[in-house]
Ligand binder design. Structure first.
Ligand code: 2P0
Length: 322
């Protein structure tokens, strides 16, 4: 038996990934840019077992065989194919973030799984190869391999679509957890519906490519205000796009909208703060570290808050041969 344990953290995109151009290879329609957080890690142990006659999947102490578990098995099939192995594995994973609440648990989850599974099956992958592998599990996981700020390149094909580190100004995020229950429509299904039904999708793809270039430039210039504006505009464009599906999908709740309003009021009062939200009602506020107390004060009473700073790369924390 060979086992490996890895941890990875969620990331929040400043320029969002929303739409695929190849769903088999999980190639995105556009590039995206994110900050990996230093909170809410996922820890995953993969044990390759010569004697097992099937994969065993344990999420948060509970053995699973449902849709999410089958997605892990399909991912292990890919790792086995790369490693030339036909052995099954036991996967034990634990999140410290509420699952499926729009806080990117699939990003930390598949980043930790990619690292632990590749090590357990004896693959020796460099960082771009690891990011590409994580991408196959969940697109946003490609970015959680990388510490701090990351750009995931749309790429031309499987070999060129991976995330890389990016220098960025010193920033913090205040995560406002509006609701922790499972979202009604998964981001994967919502993306599919967007591509099939939204008349705005083409405009989203074209404008996001330009937005990403502008965000990379703002990072290089250390221009927090410009990066913040880009972040909020991009998030609201993505939510407008999602709302334009048929049937429509609306992830933001009245409390989410209230948080966007309070952040706008903070800016009016001179505090640099910009809101973003993923495929769920939770809102994340980008700000300078010194302005975190002003942001948390402005949001108090609306939602449970957590403060994040740029986090570490996905990392192997243990290996064993038995
Ligand atoms: C992002 N999201 O850039 C965007 C913004 C949600 C909103 O990446 O189908 O779970 O597994 O590749 O990575 C969520 O999508 O989708 C996501 P799949 P994923 O963070």
């Amino acid at each position: 038996m060979t086992s490996a344990t890895a941890t990875a953290h969620p990331n929040i995109a400043l320029v969002k990934y929303w739409g695929k151009r190849d769903s088999d290879l999980n190639l995105p329609a556009t590039g995206s840019l994110s900050m990996t957080l230093d909170i809410f890690p996922t820890t995953t142990t993969v044990t390759v077992d010569d004697a097992a006659d099937g994969d065993v999947l344990v999420f948060g102490g509970v053995m699973r065989s449902d849709g999410p578990a089958q997605r892990v098995t399909r991912f292990l099939d890919l790792v086995r194919q790369l490693a030339g192995s036909d052995r099954f594995a036991r996967v034990e994973t634990a999140n410290t973030v509420p699952s499926a609440a729009g806080l990117a648990s699939s990003a930390s989850g598949f980043a930790a799984l990619a690292l632990a599974a590749s090590a357990a099956y004896g693959l020796d992958l460099d960082v771009p190869a690891l990011s590409r592998l994580a991408r196959r599990g969940s697109g946003s996981a490609s970015r959680s391999i990388i510490p701090g700020f990351a750009v995931w390149h749309a790429g031309d094909d499987d070999t060129t679509s991976f995330a890389e580190p990016l220098d960025a100004p010193d920033l913090a995020m205040v995560v406002a957890m509006v609701e922790k229950r499972e979202k009604p429509v998964s981001s994967r299904e919502a993306m599919r519906r967007t591509i099939l039904t939204s008349p705005y999708y083409r405009a989203w793809v074209e404008s996001t490519a330009e937005t990403l270039d502008a965000a990379v430039l703002a990072c290089a210039d250390g221009d927090v205000d410009r990066l913040g504006r880009i972040t909020e505009v991009n998030a609201l464009r993505m939510h407008a796009l999602i709302q334009s599906c048929d049937p429509p999908i609306r992830y933001l709740t009245p409390v989410s909208v209230e948080i966007f309003d309070r952040v706008a009021a903070l800016r009016e009062s001179g505090v640099g703060a910009w809101a973003t939200a993923d495929a769920g009602p939770n809102v994340v506020v980008l700000t300078r570290p010194d302005d975190v107390p002003a942001v948390t004060a402005a949001l108090s009473g609306l939602a449970e808050l957590a403060v994040a700073r740029p986090g570490p790369a996905a990392a192997l924390t243990g290996r064993a041969h038995g």
